[in-house]
Design a protein around this ligand. Structure first.
Ligand SMILES: C[S@@+](CC[C@H](N)C(=O)[O-])C[C@H]1O[C@@H](n2cnc3c(N)ncnc32)[C@H](O)[C@@H]1O
Length: 339
């Protein structure tokens, strides 16, 4: 597929205050809740515009709530992406080859990777996730279904480093990054992340199979992140319970409401938690006053055009992109090789 000559502004990696997200930590210092989340969370809660990284959604309950979101009528991404794998798995296998080391970034319940096992016949499956208990439960069930595939689950936070242990086979690595999770990063972070993935491919053999949500009608997007049953609201509010557990804060979820909207200028859904009244939140050694209406930013979910995707992969050191879409062109799956 031909590479684009121009990369659309929002996904251009050059310094641009249009794209810059000054609330997100840019430092390579985050350690994730597999290890020491305290400093990162406190920095976010203390920032002028408070934020909590979306990776903290995923304690055991958060992972289950995300599974419930995937079943909602409004949440089209999961079933749309799954349908692309179901329709095009033979073409994907022809592009990727069989016998890869399948490294599933943010594996969750591992269902999407498992749907490709038949076509890809991986020599090893390496599901990676920050949500440790949920990961291990998912892999236990999967190993029973596929006893012949060696599985090596890795509980880690891949947002700042992607160093894989020697147990992960170095041959023919295929990084699988579904769920449009790349969209949680701002454009510069997304490019840095893809470059780390490229660096984790030891040779020019190997590649990435990535699922990304495309720009579409605002009403469709906003409904997907603000469903009628309030499951996404519960998922968003659950982050406060998780933060309480991680740093000993005293957030009361009843004081906050879920806010989600599409920001067309930045091509992204934004999720926030908004204070219902003036209140004080305490954690060991500090406290913060929130005024009624003040928000904590919890997630971006950037949406992509075909050119955005090709441009990012090209800049990160991948080439030879193949893309597959659903009939409505709501979602894209792209395979790109290391070059
Ligand atoms: C949106 S869910 C996608 C799950 C599944 N891959 C899918 O497509 O349905 C994101 C997953 O990535 C994991 N995750 C989020 N941030 C992570 C991080 N920094 N390091 C490792 N895993 C992370 C979450 O625990 C969750 O399972």
């Amino acid at each position: 597929m031909a590479q684009p000559a121009l990369i659309p502004t929002c996904w251009d990696s050059s310094d641009s205050d249009i794209c810059a997200d000054h609330r997100q930590p840019r430092a390579e210092a985050s350690s994730g809740h597999c290890s020491q989340p305290g400093a990162e969370l406190v920095a976010g809660l203390s920032a002028r515009e408070a934020y909590i990284s979306p990776k903290y959604f995923y304690d055991a309950l958060g992972s289950k709530l995300f599974e419930a979101i995937c079943d909602l009528p409004e949440y089209y991404p999961t079933r749309t992406e799954a349908a692309i794998y179901a329709s095009h798995q033979d073409a994907m296998a022809a592009a990727v080859g069989t016998g890869c080391t399948l490294i599933d970034l943010g594996a969750g319940n591992c269902a999407k990777a498992a749907s490709l096992f038949g076509a890809l016949q991986p020599r090893q499956y390496v599901p990676v996730d920050i949500s440790t208990d949920f990961l291990h439960q998912s892999v236990q069930g999967l190993q029973r279904r596929f006893p012949d595939i060696p599985m090596q689950p890795l509980a880690m936070d891949f947002s700042s480093t992607l160093t894989l242990p020697p147990e992960v086979n170095a041959q023919q690595r295929l990084f699988f990054y579904p769920g449009s999770s790349l969209g949680n990063f701002d454009p510069q972070q997304a490019l840095a992340f893809l470059r780390r993935v490229r660096s984790a491919l030891p040779s020019e053999e190997g590649g990435i199979l990535i699922g990304l949500d495309l720009v579409k009608d605002t009403h469709v997007l906003e409904a997907a992140y603000d469903d009628a049953l309030g499951v996404t609201a519960a998922f968003n509010l659950n982050v406060l319970k998780h933060v309480n557990e991680l740093i000993g804060a005293d957030f009361n979820a009843r004081d906050w409401r879920h806010v989600a909207f599409y920001n067309a200028r930045f091509q992204r859904i934004e999720m926030h938690l908004e204070a219902r009244r003036d209140l004080i939140v305490r954690w060991p050694g500090a406290r913060r006053t929130f005024r009624q209406g003040e928000r904590i930013h919890t997630e971006y979910s950037h949406k992509f055009s075909e050119q955005d995707i090709l441009g990012l992969l090209e800049q990160a050191g991948f080439g030879g992109c193949r893309m597959w879409f659903d009939a409505r062109r709501w979602f894209a799956v792209c395979y790109a090789q290391a070059r």
